[in-house]
Design a protein around this ligand. Structure first.
Ligand code: ATP
Ligand code: MG
Length: 331
């Protein structure tokens, strides 16, 4: 099967033809005493390592290990999460996956290393299922924002669309949890020297909101996941009463949004010479308005694509394109 994989710092996203899945990018260990007491968890792997992942890790793990630097993309936790996703996409005894994945632009120097590290044959076991053999073949590693951009250039069958013109210049901003990627393209080609990753994303806002909530409602203790949900919804429950935190979120977003606008202006000045700027990523709903205001008339949402899944969908469509190219060569 062809698979697009976006293993973000905040969330894992995997896409194949007929199915997609996402879960928080969290892996937790289970100590023996706790294992078995709650029955099997839906997001649990027994093999190659016994771990809980996603929501289950957040709620029940005894110990959570987070990697928050470029080592993430070659970490054991990354492999756990990739195998977890592939076995969510397929319950077959032998799963053979041709994977395209994506990295922040500034990490593309490690693309070969990532492809080599992830490509392997794994024995995987989930609770209540026979052991699965998962053959991972990484056939492409592309920059994150470019992956989201390619969703406009290739349709669901991997065929070239009319939307992206070869003689137009495009900007792309992908707002993640940890990083925001800025890319400039001429047609489909990325323009080196006009792309960058910035270490500002939704987590900065979450950190600020956490402090603000702590100051205002000292009795309220929210874990990271609950904080993200509160920021998304713009409200929290205090003593069984719904309280709006929308203005808090706006205040927390403002300085980071301004920082990201300046980063974009450093690349694109006032936007003259850029035909369209596209926005993607989970942070687009928080930071997107500021970019749209700074680059009026040329900022557009991606057509027909869930912004959180945009990179993974782009990786999937690119995998289709590579498969077609290979077939044409073989045939
Ligand atoms: N509608 C929304 N409003 C606010 N935040 C959101 C919304 N949807 C998703 N998020 C949050 O945005 C953050 C970024 O999500 P995304 O999946 O794009 O991150 P990521 O790709 O894992 O991170 P990175 O690109 O830094 O590796 C997450 O913390 C997610 O919970
Ligand atoms: Mg991302």
């Amino acid at each position: 099967m062809n698979v697009g994989l976006d293993g973000g710092f905040a969330g894992f996203k995997l896409v194949k033809a007929s199915k997609q899945t996402t879960y928080p990018a969290i892996v937790g260990s289970v100590f023996d005493e706790t294992y078995g007491t709650n029955g099997h968890r839906s997001r649990e792997l027994l093999q190659p390592r016994h771990v809980l992942y996603g929501q289950a890790a957040m709620n029940e793990a005894s110990l959570i290990t987070r990697v928050e630097n470029r080592g993430w993309y070659t970490s054991k936790q990354f492999i756990d999460l990739m195998l977890a996703g592939l076995t969510e996409l397929s319950a077959a005894v032998v799963v053979s996956a041709d994977v395209v994945t994506c990295l922040p632009y500034d990490y593309m120097g490690m693309a070969g290393k990532v492809a080599k590290r992830l490509s392997n044959t794994y024995k995987v076991r989930r609770p209540d299922r026979e052991e699965q053999t998962v053959v991972v073949n990484v056939i492409g590693v592309v920059p994150q924002g470019w992956a989201a951009f390619i969703t406009q250039a290739h349709d669901t069958q991997g065929k070239r669309t009319e939307i992206i013109k070869n003689d137009h210049k495009y900007g792309m901003v992908d707002f993640g949890g940890h990083t925001t990627n800025f890319e400039t393209m001429h047609g489909l080609r990325t323009l080196d020297g006009q792309c960058k990753s910035v270490d500002v994303g939704v987590w900065k806002v979450i950190g600020q909101v956490k402090t603000m909530i702590g100051n205002r409602y000292s009795q309220l203790h929210l874990n990271d996941h609950q904080l993200v949900e509160a920021v998304k919804a713009g409200k929290v429950m205090v003593k069984q009463r719904e309280v709006s935190i929308a203005s808090m979120v706006r205040r927390a977003v403002k300085p980071f949004a301004e920082h990201l606008v300046v980063q974009a202006q450093n690349l694109w000045e006032d936007g003259t010479g850029i035909d369209t700027i596209y926005l993607a990523g989970g942070g687009a709903s928080l930071f997107g308005d500021a970019i749209a205001k700074a680059f009026r008339d040329i900022t557009k949402p991606l057509d027909d694509v869930d912004l959180v899944y945009a990179n993974a969908i782009g990786c999937y469509r690119y995998a289709l394109k590579l498969a077609q190219k290979r077939q044409a060569q073989d045939g």
